[in-house]
Design a protein around this ligand. Structure first.
Ligand code: C2E
Ligand code: CA
Ligand code: CA
Length: 701
């Protein structure tokens, strides 16, 4: 129970008492009915009641009073003539003020209240005396005086006070008008002001804290919901953190407990900050950068981010060891911090630092800053007591809001720029300025890397089949499988884009095997249901051909699909790797020995070295569209094409001409004994259903 509760309860008791007495006197004066009931009630009351006149003569007393007098002043009780209230109180040794009580008769007060200790009793007994005129105006000839035993309350209150005073929390009771009604010693100490100066004064003035929107809303919430509110609050005025608990009371008062928690906050902050700082260099880290960008972008003032990517850091690590590499990083951080006091410097990744130059972006300032940066980084950095190492940094620049208007977009731009630097060959003197194209490329390669394989499984990557045709009979001798990708966000992506991306991302072998399995499923069906006896050709990337595991899997597929290996053609494009990688020829031989057919794709465009033709076990050569385009519509000769045909014929391999679009091209080639064609003139790449219905038509012919 709080003191406040106590006050309230005793008030209610008093009120009830007064009502009852009124009732009693009303009936008494009028000689009305119900007297005995009221008399009984009043006598049963613990509160001692007397009614006196202007002379202090007791005209009425209840049983409780009579009993009390009988007990403490037995001799007086025996003498009914001695009924003067003030004399009795005097004999009792109380310090009540007769003057104050009598002043009610003069209309000075309409209520007198005093707590007094009853000296007679062995145990400490306290009474609260209340004197009120009997009647509705102060000129009434009679006074009602009640004496309520408040020993218990005093005890509790004293206890409560003791508790409150000895508490570690500061304690303040705010009146409903936000004046300070009560405060404990602790609060006094905390606020460094004597209590008297603070009591009954508006809280803002007395405690010196501003009732800002936040605090006002907390107080309102407490008063409206009558629910306790606990929160941490930083009081700018006092430069301190407080933990505050608001305990509302129905009458609008709010008890506030508060404690200074600066120490706790400091500890928390240090712990918290550990998360935001790099252990090695003590620079703020990437996590911190993300938070800071929220603030900086909210301020809307332009800023520039320079990312410094160390070249060959891994090599330094390998060559000199981790300790030296750590020293190097520390030395770089130290030098940057010293040279760029006004800038924020972060350790972004293991070998990347990032500077935020928050001066407004302008050519001159930026130029100057970059110049300064250049100078700062040219000197070698110490890696141990004896040695120093020059470090090559690649720099990229991203500006806010030009290159991204939110923390997310800014970071995306930073990553696009630094990754393109990492993968590119920019030298240390060049600075890469972010461009939207760069971001686009980055985003697309990110999407491609993330979605390619899942999209093969979910069908967003589909297969089309381009027939290979015998130009003399018009019949289909084979199909080439080509991949198509309809990306959910980016739309259709050409294989010319996603195949190199898959190669770069190291996904190509897995991708190729997925495609081949899908194709072979159809090949099974074509052979079983459509009497297809031709080949199905797949494009392989030369990087896959280096991988033992890829070759193993590939070699196992014909058996797995119950297909003759000779129905599968593997198209290989001429690249440097093909001749330079030692493993490829033996892998190709393995495949060829296993019965696969091997075709050289795009012949004549890449690293054409005619000595392949005997180095590799090749079955077929596909002459690139480039040569077909050279055929003049005017029936003149195409000498380059003729020379290539001559060359290929000398090695006695199958020959296919790609990219045939026009009838005069077909005529020209037929005239030179070419039979096998692939191109739009005959067929576009077909969807599975188109291929099947085309084959059905062929069969019906
Ligand atoms: P490619 O292997 O030389 O495939 C032939 C490309 O030429 C196909 O383009 C095809 O649509 C196109 N083409 C066919 N006939 C004609 C014609 O008469 N005129 C013209 N202008 N073009 C014709 P696509 O499908 O865009 O493929 C481009 C390249 O992407 C392919 O060249 C191939 O190297 C690669 N590719 C496609 N699918 C795959 C795949 O599943 N795996 C691998 N590794 N590479 C693939
Ligand atoms: Ca091909
Ligand atoms: Ca080709």
């Amino acid at each position: 129970m709080t003191i406040i509760d106590f006050f309230r309860i005793s008030d209610i008791v008093t009120l009830l008492l007064l009502c009852t007495i009124f009732l009693y006197l009303f009936y008494h004066v009028l000689g009305g009915i119900g007297l005995s009931v009221s008399q009984a009630l009043l006598n049963a009351m613990e509160t001692k009641l007397v009614v006196i006149n202007r002379e202090g003569l007791i005209l009425y007393s209840n049983g409780s009073w009579d009993q009390y007098i009988h007990q403490v002043l037995p001799q007086v009780a025996e003498d009914p003539s001695d009924r003067n209230y003030f004399r009795l109180m005097n004999v009792l040794g109380t310090n009540i003020s007769s003057y104050q009580i009598l002043s009610i008769f003069h209309g000075v007060n309409d209520l007198y209240e005093q707590d007094y200790r009853c000296p007679g009793s062995a145990e400490e007994t306290w009474y609260r005396l209340k004197a009120v005129p009997l009647g509705d105006d102060a000129q009434s000839p009679l006074l009602l005086i009640s004496h309520t035993d408040i020993s218990q309350m005093i005890f509790y209150e004293r206890n409560a006070l003791e508790v409150i005073e000895s508490m570690n929390d500061s304690f303040v009771v705010l009146h409903k008008d936000n004046t300070v009604k009560f405060m404990n010693h602790r609060a006094e100490l905390l606020l460094r002001k004597p209590r008297e100066e603070m009591l009954n004064v508006d809280v803002q003035e007395s405690l010196g804290i501003q009732l800002n929107h936040f605090l006002t809303s907390k107080l309102t919430a407490a008063r409206e919901t009558l629910l306790r509110q606990t929160f941490d609050y930083y009081a700018e005025e006092r430069k301190s953190w407080f933990e505050i608990t608001l305990l509302p009371h129905q009458n609008g008062d709010v008890a506030c407990f508060f404690q200074n928690i600066n120490d706790k906050m400091m500890t928390l902050k240090t712990l918290e900050e550990g998360r935001y700082f790099d252990n090695l260099t003590s620079l703020p880290n990437r996590e911190r950068l993300t938070g800071d960008l929220e603030l900086f972008t909210a301020e809307r003032t332009p800023f520039t981010i320079v990312t410094l990517s160390m070249k060959d850091f891994q090599e330094t690590n390998n060559l000199y060891g981790h300790e030296a590499a750590d020293q190097l990083l520390k030395a770089i951080a130290f030098r940057l911090q010293k040279a760029f006091i006004d800038y924020r410097i972060y350790r972004y990744t293991g070998d990347e630092f990032l500077l935020i130059l928050d001066d407004a972006y302008s050519g001159i300032d930026m130029q100057k800053s970059l110049q300064q940066l250049e100078e700062c980084l040219t000197e070698p950095f110490p890696i141990n007591d004896a040695a120093a190492l020059p470090v090559d940094f690649r720099k990229s620049v991203v500006t806010f809001p030009k290159d991204g208007d939110s923390p997310f977009r800014i970071l995306q731009a930073v990553d696009a720029a630094r990754l393109s630097l990492k993968n590119g060959s920019a030298s240390s003197s060049e600075i890469l300025f972010y461009t939207p194209e760069l971001g686009e490329t980055h985003l697309r390669s990110f999407l491609m890397k993330r979605d390619l394989l899942p999209d093969v499984d979910n069908g967003a990557v589909s297969l089309v089949y381009q027939p290979q045709v015998d130009g003399q009979t018009g019949s289909m001798t084979g199909v080439e499988v080509l991949a198509r990708w309809e990306h959910e966000e980016a739309g259709p992506i050409s294989p010319a884009e996603f195949i190199p991306a898959a190669e770069k991302a190291g996904l190509i072998s897995e991708f190729t095997l997925k495609i081949i399995r899908r194709g072979l499923t159809l090949l099974q069906q074509l052979r079983a249901q459509h009497a297809f006896s031709g080949t199905m050709a797949f494009n392989l990337s030369s990087s896959s051909l280096k991988e033992e595991a890829f070759i193993d899997t590939l070699a196992s597929l014909p058996a797995a699909f119950d297909l003759p290996p000779s129905s599968i053609e593997l198209e290989i494009t001429e690249t440097v790797e093909l001749t330079s990688d030692a493993g490829i020829p033996s892998h190709l031989k393995r495949l060829s020995d296993a019965g696969f057919r091997i075709a050289i794709d795009d012949f004549g465009t890449g690293y054409s070295k005619i000595n392949y033709l005997d180095q590799f076990p090749i079955h077929k050569i596909k002459i690139d569209r480039y040569f077909v385009e050279k055929i003049p519509a005017s029936r003149k000769k195409a000498p380059v094409l003729d020379a290539v045909l001559e060359l290929v014929r000398s090695v006695n391999l199958d020959l296919l001409i790609e990219g045939v679009e026009e009838s005069y091209q077909v005529e020209y080639l037929l005239a030179r004994d070419c039979r096998s064609f692939q191109g739009f003139y005959f067929h576009q790449p077909l969807r599975e259903d188109e291929l099947l219905s085309m084959m059905e038509e062929e069969r019906l012919k």
